[in-house]
Design a protein around this ligand. Structure first.
Ligand code: SAH
Length: 460
C-alpha cells in the first residue's frame, strides 16, 4: 500500500482538478486527488471544485495553491474583509457563517467517533453568534518597518510579513484605534520597530486588551529594551488620541523565540488590571493572564457549563486548569466549597482577587500542575461533587483523569478547545467509569478553524 500511495503522489508544480471535502484544523480546504492523495489548499472550502497547483509534497499529504475555482461551493461568499486571504487571521471567512458552524459541529462528531469510538454520544447544535464580528478582546499586533514607515498589523500566514490590520472585522474597534494611534505616534516620535525581523528596533509587538463592558483598553508595548525614548510624550499622545485607553503597560522581551510577551510587565500609566463583566460576575484581567477572547460567547459557554454542572448548595467543586478562576466563580453559589488549580502563579493571584471581588468566600486556589495537585488532594481523602476540566489544547494528563474519577464526582464537565484530545480524554474517562452524556459545541472564534465544546459526564 505504501509504495502504491507513493506512486500516486503528484509532482511539484502539477496542475490538477479536485473537489474539496473538508477543512483541516488550520482552516485549509482538504481535497483528495484521483489517486487518493490528500492536498491542503488555503482559501478553498468543502464543496468547491477547483484547479490547483501542487506547491509542496510531503510523505502523507501535499500543499497546493488555488489556481481557479471551477465550481464554487454553495456556501461560498466574498469575504467582507479587505485583507482576507492576505492576513492569516480568519482562514474560514470565505465560508458563510452557517457553513462554518455546520463544519465545526461535524468536526466534533467525527472526532468523537473516529478518535474516541464515541459514536453514540449526542452532540447538540452548536451555539453560534448572532453577529459574528468585532468579538475579540485581545489583539497581538506585530510591528515592523516597511520603506522606513511603521506597519502595525498581523502576520501573513507562515511568514513574518506584516499585513496592516485596519480595519480588522473581528477585533473590538478600540483595538484597531489603538493600533492606528501607535503607528502615528511611532512616526511622530521617530520610534523604530523590528525591521524585516531584524533585532534592531524598539517596538516588537503591540498587545491590546479590551473590556467590552467598560469600553476600556489596555495597551501593552512589547519592547526589546527597557529604555523607552520619549515615553511621556508617547503616553500623553496615546491617551489624547484614544481616551478609552485606561492603562499603558511596557513588557520587555529581549530574546527571540516562542511567545509574544516576556516575563515582566510594568504599568507605565493607569490601571494594573482591566475589569470585564461576564453575566453576573466581574473579573479582573492582568496584562499577561489568560482570559477567554470572546466575552459574548464566554457568557454563553459559562452558562452551558453552569447548567451542565448543576451545582447544589453544599457541593465541593473542583475547577481544574482554572486560569483566573473564572469558571469556578461563575458556577459557585452560596454554601459551595470551590477549589482551583492552575499552572500560572500570576493567574492564581488573579483568581484570588476575583474570588474576593465577587464575594465568594469559600474558594481556595493552588498554583501547580493539575496532575500533581489532584493526586495529592485525592490521597488526602478529598472528594469532589462536581469537577470542571478546562485544559489547554494538549488535553489532560492521564493522571489528572484518574484522580478526577477517584474523587468520585456526581458530574464532570469538560471544556475543550481541541476536539481530538477531547475525544481521547472522554474515552479514557469512559474506562474510569464515566459516561459522556452530552456534548455542546460553542463557537468562540468565528471565521477561524478553532472549535470549542463542553462535555457532560456522569458515573455509569
Ligand atoms: N478555565 C480558565 C482557563 C483555561 S485555559 C478560563 O476559562 O479562563 C487553560 C489553563 O490551563 C491556562 O491558564 C494554563 O496556564 C493552564 N495549564 C496548562 N497546563 C496546566 C497543568 N498541567 N496544570 C494546571 N494548569 C495548567
Amino acid at each position: 500500500m505504501r509504495s502504491e500511495s507513493a506512486n500516486m503522489r503528484p509532482a511539484d508544480g502539477a496542475r490538477l482538478c479536485v473537489e474539496f471535502v473538508d477543512f483541516n484544523h488550520e482552516g485549509d480546504g482538504v481535497a483528495r486527488t484521483e489517486g487518493g492523495f490528500v492536498l491542503f489548499v488555503e482559501g478553498a472550502m468543502p464543496g468547491d471544485q477547483a484547479e490547483v497547483e501542487v506547491t509542496r509534497v510531503h510523505s502523507r499529504h501535499g500543499e497546493a495553491r488555488l489556481v481557479r475555482l471551477l465550481r464554487p461551493a454553495p456556501g461560498r461568499i466574498a469575504p467582507p474583509c479587505p485583507v482576507a486571504g492576505r492576513c492569516g487571521g480568519c482562514p474560514l471567512m470565505h465560508a458563510a457563517y452557517p457553513e462554518q458552524l455546520r463544519w465545526k459541529e461535524e468536526r466534533i462528531r467525527q472526532a468523537l467517533a473516529r478518535i474516541g469510538g464515541l459514536d453514540e454520544v449526542p452532540v447538540a447544535s452548536i451555539i453560534g453568534m448572532e453577529q459574528p464580528w468585532a468579538y475579540r478582546n485581545k489583539a497581538q499586533f506585530p510591528v515592523t518597518m516597511e520603506g522606513g514607515r511603521p506597519v502595525v498589523g498581523f502576520y501573513r500566514r507562515r511568514s513574518h510579513d506584516v499585513v496592516p490590520a485596519d480595519p480588522c472585522l473581528i477585533q473590538h474597534p478600540l483595538a484597531v484605534e489603538v493600533a492606528r494611534a501607535v503607528r502615528e505616534l511611532m512616526e511622530e516620535l521617530e520610534l523604530g520597530a523590528e525591521a524585516g525581523g531584524e533585532p534592531s528596533g524598539f517596538l516588537r509587538h503591540l498587545v491590546v486588551r479590551v473590556s467590552f463592558s467598560r469600553e476600556e483598553a489596555m495597551a501593552i508595548l512589547v519592547t526589546r529594551e527597557r529604555a523607552f525614548p520619549a515615553k511621556e510624550a508617547f503616553i500623553a499622545g496615546l491617551r489624547r488620541r484614544v481616551p478609552a485607553v485606561a492603562s499603558v503597560v511596557q513588557n520587555v522581551k529581549r530574546e527571540t523565540g516562542r511567545g509574544v510577551m516576556g516575563p515582566v510587565s510594568v504599568v507605565l500609566w493607569g490601571k494594573s488590571h482591566l475589569a470585564e463583566r461576564i453575566g453576573h460576575r466581574e473579573f479582573l484581567i492582568s496584562p499577561d493572564s489568560f482570559f477567554q477572547v470572546n466575552p459574548e460567547q464566554t457568557r454563553r459557554l459559562y452558562d452551558v457549563v453552569a447548567e451542565l454542572a448543576g451545582v447544589r448548595p453544599g457541593d465541593s467543586v473542583w475547577d481544574i486548569y482554572c486560569g483566573a478562576g473564572t469558571i469556578g466563580l461563575y458556577v459557585a453559589r452560596e454554601g459551595v466549597a470551590l477549589r482551583g488549580v492552575e499552572l500560572s502563579p500570576q493567574a492564581v493571584q488573579d483568581a484570588r482577587l476575583n474570588a474576593a471581588r465577587n464575594g465568594v468566600g469559600d474558594a481556595c486556589f493552588e498554583a501547580g500542575r493539575a496532575e500533581e495537585a489532584l493526586a495529592r488532594w485525592v490521597a488526602q481523602g478529598e472528594r469532589a461533587d462536581v469537577a470542571i476540566l478546562d485544559p489547554p489544547r494538549s488535553g489532560c494528563d492521564p493522571r489528572t483523569l484518574a484522580a478526577v474519577a477517584a474523587a468520585g464526582p456526581r458530574r464532570i464537565v469538560y471544556v475543550s478547545c481541541a476536539p481530538a484530545t477531547l475525544a481521547r480524554d472522554l474515552a479514557r474517562l469512559r474506562a474510569h467509569g464515566y459516561v459522556t452524556r452530552k456534548v455542546q459545541p460553542v463557537d468562540m472564534f468565528p471565521h477561524t478553524a478553532h472549535v470549542e465544546a463542553v462535555a457532560l459526564l456522569s458515573p455509569e
